[in-house]
Write a new protein. Sequence first.
Lengths: 89, 168
Amino acid sequence: MLVLTRRSGESVIIADDIKITVVSVDTKAGKAYVKLGITAPADLKIFREEIYEEIRRENEAASGATLTDFAELARAWKQMKGPARGRSE
Amino acid sequence: MVKRGQGGAAEQRAGPARRGAEEVGRVRIVFEEGILGFEDVREYELVESGDPGPFRWLRATSGNLAFIVVDPLLFWPDYAPDLNAMSPGLGMEGRGDVLLYVIVTVPDDPLLATANLFAPLVVNARTGQGRQVPLRGSGFPLAAQVFPEDVREGKVGLAGACPDTQKR
């Protein structure tokens, strides 16, 4: 991993069109945190790593569904009344 | 929108549809980037089974990977993420081009199933290209209860008979 030291207000450039700026460095409740500003093309996906991890975990949990689960969902759907169910008819 | 099952099928007792059997229709979808956690799997088919209701299988064309998905608008009529802003590059010009599904997670008690409204599956109906799109900053939940309280409460009566079905 490339490690660079940057001060508040300084930036790094990646591949011509991505710029990451250290907006501020601060401490809250004894923990250091860094605020980053990112300039990049709109179609580039940028996420906090935890968000990816949460989606990954949820996908993995969902991937274990069984035929019985499916049938149970269908059965529960039949019990549904009211506007949500009405929309499907 | 994928065509719903026949009325006759809806009257049948719900039973586990066998793989390959009781399939009403299927649509091929390619997720070029895969689905998070399953990046190596790109080709799926959306399978409409003989079971009644809006649920579908999103099944990898090879291997055993499969997800249960559903059209979110049937359960959350106000769910209207700004998909064009969130998924540039899918080439969707009009709303008619978009198929929107959410992945359903089924815990031990299926009545407590949740759907991932935060990262829906967006599919270009013309090209069959799909992508899981995290809705950054939208506030949509990763695990929204699929069934309303009255249906879930139906479970409360059953829960006495099966006390260990509540664990996720």
